[in-house]
Write a protein that binds this ligand. Structure first.
Ligand SMILES: [Zn+2]
Ligand SMILES: [Zn+2]
Length: 276
C-alpha cells in the first residue's frame, strides 16, 4: 500500500501559519518525515553464476548493490575479488561510494570479495554474522576491517535492515528493504530454507507481503515435488514476484518461471532492476 501523501490544508488561519506549515513540510520532506509515496529502488546484480552482458563475467557466487534513498548497500561480495572489481568497473560502480556491506553467510562465494572492496573505502561499515568462522574475522582484522557482529535483527540504514541470523547450516542473514509498496528481500544462499528467510523478514517488519524476492534459494538438490511445495510456501507468505538465481538450481528455476510467469525474472551479473 502506498503511504498517503501529506498535503497542506488550504489557507485557514493566517499567512504566517501557512508559511510555518510550508517550512515544516519542506524540512519534514528532507528528513523523510513526509516521504514521497515512493522512492526508486535499484538492485544491480554484480556477481552471479550467469552474466547478461558481454563486459561482465559469470562465476559461482553472488553479490548485488542496492541503491535506495541516496544510500548504497552492498549485499554479498562473490568469490573472486578481482572478478567482482572488474564487474563493478564494467557497471560503473565506484566501490568508494559503498558505505555499508552486509554479508549473508560465511561461505567464500559470498564473502571473499569484501576483502578487496573494503580498502577502497576504509570507513565502510561491514556486517558479518557473529557466527562466521574465525578466519573471516582474522582476515578482516588484517586489513583494518572491524565487522559488526550481527546477533539479532538490525537496521543498516533508514528502511534497510538485516533479518539477523536465521538458524541453519550455516546460519544466514537476508537484506530487507522497506519500500512504500512493500518489502523487497535479498537472500544469499538461503541455507536455512528460503521460506524461513522470508518469514524472518516479514516477522521483523510486521508485514505479510514481499513485493520482490531475489537471490540464491538453495534448492538445487530438490526434486520437482519438493521444489513445488517450497514455491507454494513462498506464495502463501505473500511473495508477489521473484528472481531465483545463483544456487537455486536449474529445475527449481524453471519451476519458479512457470509458477510466477510474468512475475518471475532472471538475474545474472549486469542485471539492473528498478522499482518505484
Ligand atoms: Zn553458501
Ligand atoms: Zn552461495
Amino acid at each position: 500500500m502506498e503511504a498517503p501523501r501529506k498535503t497542506p490544508k488550504p489557507p485557514a488561519y493566517s499567512c504566517i501559519v501557512m508559511r510555518l506549515l510550508t517550512i515544516a513540510i519542506l524540512l519534514g520532506g528532507s528528513f523523510g518525515l513526509f516521504a514521497a509515496a515512493s522512492d526508486p529502488l535499484e538492485i544491480l546484480v554484480l556477481y552471479d553464476n550467469t552474466s547478461i552482458r558481454t563486459d561482465t563475467q559469470a562465476d559461482w557466487g553472488f553479490a548485488a548493490l542496492v541503491t535506495f534513498r541516496g544510500e548504497k548497500v552492498l549485499f554479498d561480495s562473490g568469490t573472486k575479488p578481482d572478478l567482482l572489481l572488474s564487474n563493478m568497473k564494467a557497471l560503473a560502480v565506484d566501490p568508494a561510494e559503498i558505505r555499508h556491506a552486509v554479508i549473508s553467510h560465511g561461505h567464500g562465494d559470498h564473502l571473499l570479495g569484501i576483502y578487496k572492496v573494503f580498502p577502497s573505502n576504509p570507513s565502510m561499515k561491514v556486517y558479518f554474522l557473529d557466527a562466521f568462522p574465525d578466519p573471516a574475522f582474522r582476515n578482516a582484522e588484517a586489513i583494518g576491517m572491524r565487522p559488526q557482529r550481527v546477533r539479532a535483527p538490525i537496521k543498516i540504514v533508514d528502511r534497510i535492515y538485516s533479518t539477523g541470523p536465521v538458524d541453519g547450516n550455516p546460519p544466514e542473514q537476508a537484506l530487507v528493504i522497506e519500500t512504500a509498496k512493500g518489502l523487497v528481500v535479498l537472500t544469499g544462499c538461503s541455507h536455512p530454507g528460503v521460506a524461513k528467510m522470508v518469514e524472518a523478514a516479514e516477522r521483523q517488519r510486521g508485514s505479510k507481503s514481499v513485493r520482490f524476492l531475489l537471490g540464491g534459494f538453495h534448492m538445487l538438490q530438490q526434486a520437482e515435488a519438493e521444489a513445488t511445495r517450497n514455491i507454494e510456501s513462498l506464495r502463501a507468505l505473500g511473495v508477489a514476484s521473484v528472481s531465483a538465481t545463483h544456487c537455486t538450481g536449474d529445475l527449481p528455476m524453471r519451476l519458479f518461471a512457470k509458477a510466477y510467469g510474468s512475475q518471475s525474472a532472471t538475474a545474472g551479473a549486469g542485471k539492473r532492476i528498478v522499482w518505484d
